[in-house]
Design a protein around this ligand. Structure first.
Ligand SMILES: Cc1ncc(C[n+]2csc(CCOP(=O)(O)OP(=O)(O)O)c2C)c(N)n1
Length: 274
């Protein structure tokens, strides 16, 4: 018997596509936006917000909530899309993303409903997540903490400081998800500052490590459930993904890390994701 129903998997796959479409709408035409890293992580974020995490969109500070931290804060549009689709704020607001003075800016900041920490300066989210996880443990709370980290972001020293501290303190309510799309802002990570072998490094720091195809919904759900069932150490899910996933002209193309879309590209992207 399959662990997850086909209906559940299908509906979450649809959510992943919906989040990608929302991201494209956030970006619009002629203004640069993070197409690539949003689309690579969309299935992971869909599984978190629409399968795994506990939250109350009407009461974002509900004390029973799980925490999501977008350490790769440059894809704020992806978190906004998930929050809007989950009911934290109107989906129409996504169309005003990055307008001067509007509450949805390029990087998540405190004050936006559902955003736990400000991020955008790479490397910081895991330390923040570790602090929250340890605090929850000290208070004997069951809440879990999920931190989405980029693979290029592994170049930041602070990631390894947090990884080492978590390996030593062993908060099993902490789950890092590494979006291993192989590209950073200016090219393949292996040609810039190679972070491989990522899984072996996290294992060496004392984490429970699970490697998955980050676009296979069943594997994502299994990994998230296995992370929750793992006691005595934090879990790192190394998710192998494709930058720009779902948009043929952007898949695996460095140029769509942070790119403006022409009107034709905008329409093609929405149609391919429909
Ligand atoms: C401290 C810091 N240095 C540089 C940047 C600029 N920057 C934004 S995204 C990015 C590449 C990140 O690569 P990765 O983590 O692989 O992100 P993804 O490919 O998943 O979008 C860089 C260098 C930044 N935001 N913060």
């Amino acid at each position: 018997m399959e662990a997850y129903s086909r209906e559940l998997i299908n509906s979450l796959e649809e959510k992943g596509k919906l989040l990608r479409r929302d991201c494209i709408k956030c970006i619009g035409v002629g203004v640069a936006g993070h197409v690539g890293g949003s689309c690579s992580a969309a299935d992971l974020v869909a599984a978190l917000y629409f399968y795994k995490m506990k939250y109350d969109p009407k009461n974002p500070e509900w004390e029973g909530r799980d925490y999501f931290l977008l350490s790769k804060g440059h894809v704020g549009i992806l978190q906004y899309s998930a929050l809007a689709e989950a009911g934290f704020f109107p989906t129409e607001d996504l169309l005003h993303c990055k307008e001067p003075g509007f509450y949805l800016q390029g990087h998540p900041h405190l004050g936006t409903p559902g955003v736990e920490v400000g991020t955008g300066s790479l490397g910081q989210g895991l330390s923040l997540g570790l602090g929250i996880a340890l605090g929850l443990q000290m208070d004997h709370k069951p809440n879990r903490v999920y931190v989405l980290v980029g693979d290029g972001e592994q170049n930041e020293g602070q990631i390894w400081e947090a990884a080492m501290a978590a390996g030593a303190k062993k908060p099993d309510n902490l789950c890092a998800i590494i979006d291993n799309n192989g590209l950073q802002a200016q090219g393949p990570i292996r040609d810039r500052l190679d972070s491989a072998p990522i899984a072996d490094k996290w294992k060496a720091f004392g984490w429970n490590v699970i490697e998955i195809d980050g676009h296979n919904m069943e594997e994502i759900l299994k990994a998230l459930d296995a992370a929750e069932a793992t006691k005595g150490k934090p879990t790192a899910i190394v998710a192998h993904t494709i930058k720009g996933k779902g948009i043929s002209f952007a898949e695996g193309v460095t140029g769509f890390h942070n790119a403006p879309l022409s009107k034709e590209q905008y329409e093609q992207a929405l149609s391919e994701l429909s």
